[in-house]
Write a protein that binds this ligand. Sequence first.
Ligand code: DHB
Length: 292
Amino acid sequence: MVDIAGIIMKNPVMVASGTFGFGKEYAEYFDLNKLGAIITKSITMKPREGNPAPRIVETPAGMLNSIGLQNEGIDYFIKNHLPFLAKYETPLIVNIAGESPEECVELATILSRESSVKGIEVNISCPNVKKGGMAFGIDAMLTEEIISSVKKATKLPVIAKLSPNVTDISSIAKAAVNAGAGAISLVNTFLAMAIDLETGKSRLGSLTGGLSGPAIKPIAIRMVYEVSRAVKVPVIGIGGIMTGEDAVEFMLAGATAVQVGTANFVNVDAPLRVIKGIEEYVSRHPRTLNLS
Ligand code: DHB
C-alpha cells in the first residue's frame, strides 16, 4: 500500500498526465484496476484547440511535444470521460491547468463535487502555452498563490506538478508545500527544440516543446533527490521511467511513488511492466526498498 496525501494506492505506479488520455484506449489492452492511480490529461475550463502541427518529434533517447493543452473542457470531461473512469477502483486524479488562479479554483470547485475524483494534480508546468502553465511554476510566489487558492477551494488532496525549468527546484517545492500541497510531482518536461536541416526551421509547429523520455532521467533523479530532502510531503518521481529498475532508482532517490509517461507511447502495457519490475527488484532486495 502506498499513501500519497491520503490517496491510497495498491502499488506506487501511476500514469503521467497527457500520456494516457482518459484511459479508454488503454483499457482495451489491460485492466486499469492494476494501476496504482490514473492521472488524466490536463483539463481546462473551456475547450482548447491546442498548438499547430507538427506537435510531436522523436529525438535521441526521448521526444519533444507541444500539444498546447488541447482538451474539450471540464463540462465535456464530466459528461463523457468521468463515467467511464468512475467504474474503476483505481484512484482517479484529475490534472487541471488554468490561465489564472481563478480558473484553477473554478476547476477544483467543480471537480470536488464528483465523488469519483480522489485528488487534483495542478499543472503549473506546461511549457507550451502563453498564459499560465510554466509561467506559474517557475516563480515561487505565483506557485504559492495558485496552490493556496486551489487548496482553499477543495478538500481533495492537492498535488503540485512542478517544472524542471528552474535553477532551484527545492525553493519552488517548498512554496507549494507551504501553500498546502499534499504531494509534489516532478518533473514535467524540459523546454527544448529540434531543427530540420533541410528547411532550416523548427521541427515543431510551435517552435519549442517539452523534452521527455530516458534523456531526462538523470536530471529528474537529481531533482527528486533534492526535493525529497527539502520537503516533508511525498514526492512522485517522473522522468523517462521505462522499466521497474528506473522506478526503483527514483524511489532510492527519495520518491514515494512514480509516474510512467513517455513509455506509454512505446509499449501499451508499460506501467504493468514497471509494476512487475519493481516486484522483482523487491524480491531480490527485500531490505533495500521497503514498500509495505
Ligand atoms: C503539454 C503540457 C505539459 O504539461 C507538458 O509537459 C508538455 C506538453 C502540452 O499540452 O502542450
